[in-house]
Design a protein around this ligand. Sequence first.
Ligand code: FMN
Length: 361
Amino acid sequence: QEQSAKVLVLIHSDNGGTYELAKEVKKGIESYKNVEAIIKQVKKSDNPKLKNIPIASVEELITYDGIAFGSPIYFGNISTGMSEFLAKTTNLWSKHALEGTPATVFMSAGSGAGKELALQSFWNSLAVHGMILVPNGISGMENIDKTIPQGNAVLGTTSLVSLNNVERPSKSERYLAELQGKKFAKVALALRKNKVIENDNKTIIKESKIDINQILKQKNIELPSLPQPVGNYQLFKKSGNLVYINQVALKDGKIVNPGKLGIDVNEEQVKEATRVTMLNIISILKEATGGDLNRVKQCVQLIGTFNTVDSFTKHADLMNTASDLTVEIFGEKGKHTRNTQGAYSLPVGSSVSISAIFEIE
Ligand SMILES: Cc1cc2nc3c(=O)[nH]c(=O)nc-3n(C[C@H](O)[C@H](O)[C@H](O)COP(=O)(O)O)c2cc1C
C-alpha cells in the first residue's frame, strides 16, 4: 500500500501577503504525489481575504507529517500573532511531541529589511521543538527574474510587498514558494515512511502524545484538592515506577453517602461515592507524578471494596464507575486488572474503599 502524508500550512497574516505565499506553498506540496496540504491560521481574522480560513488548534499540530509555517515579518522577527501561537506550544514541547517533525518557513515582508534575521528567528523556535528544519538553499535561483528585487533567501521564501513596482508576491516569489512546498513534501513523505516503520516497531506510541490535562478540561473533570491522611500513613508510596494509593469517599473533610448499601444507601449513592473516591486517587496520583499526569504509563490494578448487605452481588457494577472514569481519562493506558469485593464495614463509615496501583514514567 502506498504511503501518503499530510502537511499543515500554518500562517498568521494581517493583509494577506503571507496567505498568497501559503497558497503557492500548498500548490507545491500537492504537486508531489500522495501528499496533501491544508492551510490554517493561528487566530481569527476579520480581513475578508482571510476570514474563512480555518483556525488551527495547538493540539492538532502533532497529527501532521510536516508543518510549513508562514508569518509576516515584524521588526526582523516573526509576527506577534505567530509568536503568541508558538508560546502556547510549551506543553507539546515538554513532551517532545514535535521532535522529528519536518518544518519549513516562509514570510511576507515589507521592504525585506531583516528578512534573513526574521527567518532565522522562526528557526530558533522550531529548533527548540526539535523539528527538522528544511531550508531552500539556492534552489530555483537560476529561474528567477533578477532585474527586480526578490524575496529569495536560503532559509525560506519571502515576498517584498512594499516594493510595489510589480504585483507581489512577484512571479519569481510565487515560483520559489511553490518549489519550497514541493521540496518540503518530499521530506515529509520520506520521514512519514520512517515514522510508520517506527510505529510498527511500537517505538512510537501515538497515545503518549495525548494531553491528559486537555482531556480533563474537555470532559469537565475537576480534580479535588489533596485529601489529608487520617492516620499514620502516606497518601501515596512509590516503589520503582509503581505508585500505590488507597482512598475512601472523602470530600471536603466529609464522607460522601456513608453507610451500608442495602440499608443506609442505594446503588446510585454508592456509585457517586465511588467516583469521589477515584477522583481522590487521581488527584493524589497527580501529586505523585510531580503535577504531570502525562507521566502516567498505565493503570495496573484497581481493588474496590464495598460495604454491602450479605446478599448483594453486583459489586462489579459499582466498581465500573471507577474503571470507566480511569479509562475515560487515560484511554488505553487506563485499562487495568481489577478485584472487587464486599465488606462488613469500612473505615470512617465510607461505603467504598479503593486501592490503586499505577505505573509512571
Ligand atoms: C510591527 C510591524 C513590523 C514590521 N517589521 C518589518 C521588518 O522588519 N521588515 C520588513 O521587511 N517588513 C516589516 N513589516 C511589514 C510586514 O512584514 C509586511 O507588511 C508583511 O507583508 C505583512 O504580511 P501580511 O500581508 O501577511 O499581513 C512590519 C510590519 C509591522 C506591522
